[in-house]
Design a protein. Structure first.
Length: 694
């Protein structure tokens, strides 16, 4: 059954639309979307009735000639179905705004970097990227050596606390029983007895030192300390002279031995040339060996003499009667004699080997060459002996010079009586030392006697029991502090006393896992990021402000925005951040607005927004949707003469902000205009106009 729409009489004298334009642009929408709403319009009127109604409801308006706008009539039911509402045009401050473009980004305050407070190994990962988590939810389990060490420290602190508590209790019981009362008193009494004994000992030492000083003074008056050192110096000088003479004699003998060896070599060469060697080399070797043995015996005697002199010098040096130089000279003479003995023993060994060789050569018949070789060896030995004897002679002369210097010094000491004064000074120093030690011992006795008296008074007042109790109490308090520190350390590591060596990493906020930086089994450092959580309950609009607009925007300024991904949806928020400096290249400033979000907005979406920067002057304004366009001109629909009729009125509009449009002309304050459903009224007006043209 076909549906017939009631005909609405509408004569437009000022607003006309071409049939083709309406058919292509508005007819489909009018027929489909508004059919039901317009079904209840009033029944068609005759042309004369329509003219009469239009004439009665028309309001005087400036226009072209005498034409008057036609009224658009609705009944009450149609108005209700179409949702048409009216509101008065009012004077209101027009909000001014700055248009910005930007991008939706996560709220910086809602981005949390989740990390482990301790280094360790990730044993469990309980979430993946994109997972929704709630605050307090366990995200991962980290096993850490640091927690194990903290647990061990906690157990040790607990054990120390228990021991300190037990010791404090035991010490208190002992103090009440008087265990600590007599020990300090007995120690003070023993110290006094020891000090008395020490003072008596030092008194005896002073008496002995005084007697020794008297003896030294008596001996010094007789010159007993000067002559022994002088005699020793004289003996040392004589021994040095003997050593020089001996070394000179040895050197002369060695030089004569060189001449003899040279002559012997020439003789043996002649005899060898004549073939006269039979047993002579053997005899000569025996003779030389006997000579070497004699030299070795003489060297042994010299060593014995110098050793005796060295021993005597050491004893005199120990008594302070011989200087260090004298001791060094005696040591040098002994070393020279020992070297001479060693050389003599070496010569004897060499000559014994030579005798054996000559005997072998004589037995084999090669005595001639052997004799010549022996003579040459004897010459070489003689040359070596000369060098040795020369060195010994030089050392002996050096020893003689030192001995003469020592003798001269001792003669000077003897002449000035220095030795006697030295002995007296030493004895007096010993007496002074003993007297100082006695004074110190008496002072110590006075101190310990005072301490003994003090301990006696403390014992009588029973004060010795307090100190051990205080010490035990301090140890107990310290153990309690260590125990509390161990508990705090575990708390900082997010672990509980007696727990395992691992911690649960929990979500600090509710949100979405945006990034997971580790894998299960991976070792992580302390504060290393494991996960990044993003709370999407609010997002941020990241936009840029031009330099000219920076001073107009302030923190907390309202912002309205739309996103291309959600057409027809509008969102609002407020400015939460303004950059500190402008970009030197673009001359722009970063601004951020926080936008409440129910999950529709996602980071990365492109957004267009407007920042409201303040209120302007009072202007006449109507809701933005009340202004429609007809024939390319802005109009509003005002109430007609009757309650259910409307008239289209051309206006001059100004700026639009905050859902309001400024009306510069064509409307007066207080006039009722269609604020909701203006598009339906406009569609009905154009439909009626097309019907009239048909």
């Amino acid at each position: 059954m076909p549906i017939s729409l009631p005909k609405v009489t509408f004569r437009a004298t000022r607003f006309r639309f071409a049939r083709t334009a309406f058919t292509t642009a508005f007819a489909p929408f009018a027929l489909i979307a508004l059919g039901a709403c317009l079904a209840g319009c009033r029944a068609p009127q005759t042309e004369s009735d329509g003219d009469k109604a239009a004439a009665q409801s028309a309001a005087p308006e400036a226009g072209d000639g005498d034409a008057k706008p036609a009224s658009i009539d609705f009944d009450t039911k149609s108005l209700k179905l179409a949702g048409i509402a009216l509101s008065p045009a009012r004077l209101t401050p027009l909000q001014t705004g700055i248009a910005v473009n930007g991008q939706i980004a996560p709220n910086p305050g809602g981005v949390v970097r989740v990390a482990s407070v301790v280094p360790g190994r990730v044993t469990q990962l309980l979430v993946a990227e994109g997972s929704q988590v709630r605050q307090g939810q366990t995200l991962a389990i980290v096993e850490s050596r640091s927690i194990g060490e903290a647990q061990a420290a906690y157990r040790q602190a607990a054990a120390r606390l228990q021991n300190a508590r037990s010791n404090f209790r035991i010490v208190g019981q002992q103090a009440r029983a008087g265990v600590f009362a007599r020990a300090p008193l007995e120690a003070a009494r023993r110290a006094q007895v020891d000090a008395q004994a020490d003072a008596a000992s030092q008194q005896t030492a002073v008496r002995g030192a005084r007697v020794a000083l008297d003896n030294v003074l008596r001996l010094a008056r007789t010159g007993s300390y000067a002559s022994p050192a002088l005699e020793a110096a004289r003996a040392q000088a004589a021994a040095a002279r003997e050593a020089v003479q001996s070394s000179q004699a040895g050197l002369s003998g060695a030089r004569a031995a060189i001449q003899s060896a040279q002559a012997e070599l020439r003789q043996r060469q002649n005899l060898a040339a004549s073939g006269a060697y039979v047993s002579r080399p053997v005899q000569e070797a025996r003779r030389t060996l006997v000579t070497a043995q004699s030299a070795r015996a003489a060297a042994q005697s010299e060593v014995a003499t110098t050793r005796s002199n060295l021993s005597r010098a050491k004893s005199l040096s120990a008594e302070g009667l011989v200087s260090g130089r004298d001791l060094e000279a005696a040591q040098q003479a002994f070393d020279t004699a020992a070297a001479r003995l060693e050389a003599a023993q070496s010569d004897e060994t060499t000559l014994a080997q030579e005798l054996a060789r000559q005997q072998k050569l004589a037995a084999s018949g090669g005595a001639g060459n052997a004799e010549i070789g022996a003579a040459r060896a004897q010459l070489a030995a003689a040359l070596s002996n000369v060098r040795t004897r020369s060195a010994e002679a030089e050392r002996a002369r050096s020893g003689l010079r030192l001995a003469q210097l020592a003798l001269t010094r001792e003669q000077a000491v003897f002449g000035q009586n220095i030795a006697n004064r030295r002995e007296v000074s030493t004895a007096r120093g010993a007496l002074e030392t003993a007297q100082i030690a006695l004074t110190k011992a008496r002072q110590t006795l006075q101190v310990v006697s005072s301490a003994y008296g003090r301990e006696t008074r403390i014992y009588r007042q029973n004060l010795n029991d307090i100190a051990p109790v205080q010490t035990a109490r301090a140890a107990f308090v310290g153990a309690e502090a260590d125990f509390g520190a161990a508990q705090s350390a575990l708390s900082l590591l997010k672990s509980s006393p007696g727990g395992a060596a691992s911690i649960a990493v929990r979500a600090p906020i509710s949100g979405v896992v945006q990034e997971r930086s580790v894998t299960q089994g991976e070792t992580v450092a302390a504060d290393a990021a494991l996960l990044i959580l993003v709370n999407t309950a609010s997002v941020a609009l990241e936009a840029t402000l031009y330099e000219r607009d920076v001073t107009l925007v302030h923190l907390g300024a309202p912002v309205r925005l739309t996103v291309d991904a959600l057409p027809g949806r509008a969102f609002s928020g407020r400015i939460s951040f303004l950059g500190a400096r402008l970009d030197p290249e673009t001359r722009t400033l970063t601004a951020r607005a926080l936008i409440p979000n129910r999950g529709e907005l996602r980071p990365g979406m492109f957004a267009r927004g407007q920042i409201e920067v303040g209120s302007g002057a009072m202007v006449l304004a109507v809701p933005k949707d009340a202004v429609q366009s007809m024939d390319g001109k802005p109009v509003v629909f005002v109430r007609g003469a009757k309650p259910d009729t409307f008239l289209a009125r051309e206006i001059t509009k100004g700026a639009t902000a905050g859902g309001k449009t400024q009306i510069k002309s064509g409307l007066k304050p207080g006039e009722m205009v269609v604020s909701q459903g203006a598009f339906i009224v406009k569609s009905q007006a154009m439909k009626s106009e097309l019907g009239d043209e048909d």
